[in-house]
Design a protein around this ligand. Structure first.
Ligand code: CTP
Length: 396
């Protein structure tokens, strides 16, 4: 769990059934060390008792604009003054409409209007309310005004219907806010990366590929977004979902991947080759399905472009990072690979520890020697790699 010690969150609740989930969200924030001030609308107090949130946050909960507990009667300003951000979860359709029009007829909406800090809202409502053009207009207006909308999610709803409108789960909301509050060592940087396997056709239905799942590359893309970078991910065939905030282009073959990378590389500050790119393609691939009755096919292989080496050799090359999956002699092969591709940083792992798994461990090879990123989830390891890249990135 991300450490939120010293972070100050204003958690607003409006009147929706999902308010009960915000009790869990409050607990997660507090457990991570955050200081949470809860503000509720009157209707939120119909769904969950303020006492519950008071007990979880360890602070008095406010819902009345005329609350006399704040000495200068400026609760609508004071409560958000020392906060790092405001999160309204759940945010009803009505509350979003108010925000979109700058209405301020209760404590929470007034706090949102008078704020100086970023505002995040997590919509929660019935599917038809969410799909209603008025709500969609309001959501678009909120985004245009710089308010961050988290979700909603699709699924079963309290009203018995199924569709878009469920509030994101507390864990997901926690992650979004932890990212928002985290350091941004790659702010203003553009990261281009490749991930997944490639697929080299033999005929229209068969091909040469490998066991790369794409998980490591997708985790690196997510970690780069978390660090504030603008991220373009060139992905080989994989069914993985695109991490929030990542621009993705899908490719099949190494040559397509090469073309896509070259089209974007001029704008990149960092290039990370995580993809397991096939070294060869089938030069005599058939444009129709091969028949067994025609006998054993002869497959002619030609070399694919080495994307990473080519990027590293560009006159204005971005900071280049390579990956190496070895089955033996890890140190020797990895160091040789870093030298032959002329790249400043190479992340090496043992193939049987990484392929298709959810965990990984890396050894980073660089000019000063080695840095170990110990075994952890691929996302944790990816965050470590991104921290290392950010620290080594020359000022460009
Ligand atoms: N890479 C690339 N283009 C290729 C081949 C590899 O960009 N055509 C990148 C990978 O994304 C990875 C690194 O280069 O970052 C891997 O280096 P490579 O020498 O290709 O590794 P292997 O294919 O594992 O090499 P070998 O088979 O010789 O071990």
């Amino acid at each position: 769990m991300t450490d939120l010690t010293g972070k100050k969150i204003l958690l607003g609740l409006t009147g929706g059934v999902a308010a009960y989930k915000s009790a869990e969200l409050c607990r997660l924030f507090v457990k991570a060390g955050a200081d949470v001030q809860v503000v509720m609308t009157e209707s939120a107090t119909r769904f969950i008792a303020p006492m519950t949130l008071q007990a979880l946050s360890g602070k008095p909960v406010f819902h009345d604009m005329w609350d006399a507990r704040i000495a200068n009667h400026m609760a609508h300003i004071e409560l958000s003054r020392d906060r790092d951000l405001i999160l309204v979860a759940p945010a009803t359709a009505d509350f979003m409409a108010k925000l979109a029009h700058g209405l301020a007829d209760d404590l929470l909406s007034t706090l949102c209007l008078a704020r100086e800090v970023p505002l995040y809202v997590a919509p929660a409502m019935n599917r038809q309310m969410w799909e209603n053009p008025a709500t969609q207009r309001n959501a678009a207006q909120l985004s245009a005004d710089g308010i961050h909308i988290l979700g909603p999610d699709e699924g079963e709803q309290a009203c018995g219907e199924t569709g878009m409108g469920r509030m994101l789960e507390p864990e997901a909301l926690f992650d979004h806010i932890a990212i928002a509050l985290g350091d941004k060592p790659l702010a203003g940087k553009r990261v281009l990366l490749t991930a997944g396997p490639t697929f080299e056709p033999i005929d229209t239905v068969r091909g040469i590929t490998n066991l790369s799942s794409g998980k490591m590359g997708f985790a690196v893309a997510q970690a780069a977004v978390e660090a504030g970078a603008q991220v373009t991910l060139i992905a080989g065939p994989t069914a993985l979902a695109t991490p929030t905030g990542v621009r993705r282009e899908n490719v099949m073959t190494a040559r397509e991947m090469h073309r896509a990378v070259m089209a974007h590389v001029a704008e990149a500050d960092v290039f990370i080759g995580v993809a397991a790119v096939a070294d060869y393609y089938v030069a005599n691939a058939s444009d129709r399905k091969l028949k067994k009755s025609n006998g054993k096919p002869r497959i002619e292989l030609e070399e694919n472009p080495d994307i990473l080496a080519e990027v590293a050799a560009l006159p204005n090359a971005p900071y280049c990072v390579g990956f190496a999956a070895e089955t033996e002699n890890l140190h020797e092969y990895a160091q040789a690979k870093r030298a032959s591709k002329k790249i400043p940083l190479l992340a090496a792992n043992l193939a049987h520890n990484a392929f298709g798994r959810d965990e990984n461990e890396l050894i980073l090879f660089h000019d000063e020697g080695e840095t170990r990123l110990p075994r952890a989830s691929k996302l944790e390891v990816a965050r470590g790699l991104i921290r290392e890249i950010a620290a080594r990135l020359p000022n460009r």
